[in-house]
Design a protein around this ligand. Sequence first.
Ligand code: PMP
Length: 351
Amino acid sequence: MKAFEKNIRKVEPYVPGEQPQRKVMKLNTNENPYPPAPNVAKVLRGMDTDAFRRYPDPACSGLVKELAEFYGVAEDQVFVGVGSDDVLAMCFLTFFNSEKPILFPDITYSFYKVWADLYRIPYRCPELDENFRLVKEDYFQENGGIIFPNPNAPTAIYESLDTVEEIIRRNQDVIVIVDEAYVDFAGRSALELIDRYDNLIVVQTFSKARSMAGMRIGYAISNPLLIRYLNDAKYSFNSYTMNQTSLICGVEALKDRAYFEECIRKLIETRTWTAGELRKLGFQMTDSGANFLFITHQEYDAQELFEALKAHDIYVRHWNSKRIEQYLRVTIGTREEMEAFVAFLKDYMKK
Ligand code: PMP
């Protein structure tokens, strides 16, 4: 071992779903099958490249203003970053500095563990119950901060705002981050609680309901004090600067509320249809509040099914990890894609 090895922070890397560069049916990373709002394409086509000559606005003022208007909050309550991954990473760095362990569920977005390991934040992971639901009492013990997604990933389960509020209320001495990457497909957002709790940060993204994963736009909404701490940290960290194109496109996407709502409506309708078809084929699943389904079948091995789907260029997600190795996570695509997915399964089961 080289001498410097001992000073390297080693983490078990997060392995994202595959991003094949040829055309496949891509139901593995919860992207939106519909294009971004039409205005985004229009603004890109007409873009004055002179804008690229200049550095982007580090305060992301245009996008911050548009987000504040969209959510009915003040501009100093909004923080923008390069995808919610980076916003979350910035939150970990800024707010989770206690000696006490932070808490997040044992089955959840696996990036949390990577960040905690990288930033040397101690953590504990309370187990979800037998139905993959959060056990709220586990979050009433002493801790150094809390983070959980709602809906959770990959389980798709949405916990009620009452449960979320109780966790926030019982932990007012620490920061509670609610990661709402998928909330637009679920129900009420914890944003409703922002004015009541000064320890709450809500993080959302343009990657799912707004069809802009490739643009890398995420944001946090909280009270002005916590947002200021995030901005103070960001300004000294240039890699967190948003690029000019994403800032401009993000503003355009937000302006078209009708398109956003229509995309969500279509995806929820397709989710309901797909879930019904899969149940007819004997699949079991959690109730989904997200743009994906978390499914299992008693008679078919998930790994084998995953491989068979992949051999037919249908990409879904599978993990070889405890408790969920017999599950697949399937992103909701267009109705046509889901029909092809179901047709494949019917064929597979005939054999
Ligand atoms: N949180 C959760 C729960 C997610 O599943 C994801 C994306 N897979 C993210 C955050 C990050 O999304 P992005 O960085 O694209 O905003």
